[in-house]
Ligand binder design. Sequence first.
Ligand code: 4FD
Length: 253
Amino acid sequence: MQFDVLTLFPEMFVTTKQSILGKAQEKNLIKINTVNIRDFSNNKHKKVDDTPYGGGAGMVIMPDVVYRAYKSIEAKNAKVIYMSPQGKTLNQEKVVELSKQEHIIILCGHYEGIDQRVIDKIVDEEISIGDYVLTGGELPAMVLIDSVSRYVENVLTQESIKEETFSQGLLEYPQYTRPEIFEGKEVPQVLLSGHHKNISDWRKQQSIKVTFLKRPDLLKKYKLSKDEQEYLEKIKRSVDKNTPLKNKKEVEF
Ligand code: 4FD
């Protein structure tokens, strides 16, 4: 899968060899290519922006420079995405959908904005990574590339994919490793039992519990089996509703 990133700050897109994305590029599973918008300025000072028509503070990136940068990319079937706080919020479902694309072109704007005409001309989809404002679209572009690349064949090991699909729609169960006792705290005994069925039941219950406590909004969308429903009722009865919990989001049940 290929990502082309149209940006004024190509130096921001670096990946270390050891990281998952670094290894994925080494193996040619994904390619991350940056296109420096500034290289397509026709101005002798490499100027890419100008004052806004109608007045106001700041500068606006000129449409022709962005358009030439875009046209320099060889693409037959690429989807063009504009990272912007005005876009639809990225979620895992969208990530999976995008991972089926062979080629994605990402346009990074920044606070000063890009002339609307080139956005209207080349952009297929406007995507936000959340309701907050950043100085540029580069970090959002990296978030998108990272999340989508995880679904490209062979980027993740078989093991990590299995773990994920096991508890789709639920938060992950807690993990433990050596030492068996840390600062007086023991590892849950079931994990040391070697009893695979009990371990997987316990993990599923932990996923349900942690989702109920931290993200009850997610639980509403998840289809629970009869056993899982019963377990959830048990948790609801046992949980002190007045116990404050870090990260808890308030939702009515
Ligand atoms: N929430 C996001 C994307 C970009 C960004 C920018 C218009 C500002 C946050 C277009 C305004 C781009 C996000 C750059 N901040 N800043 O995904």
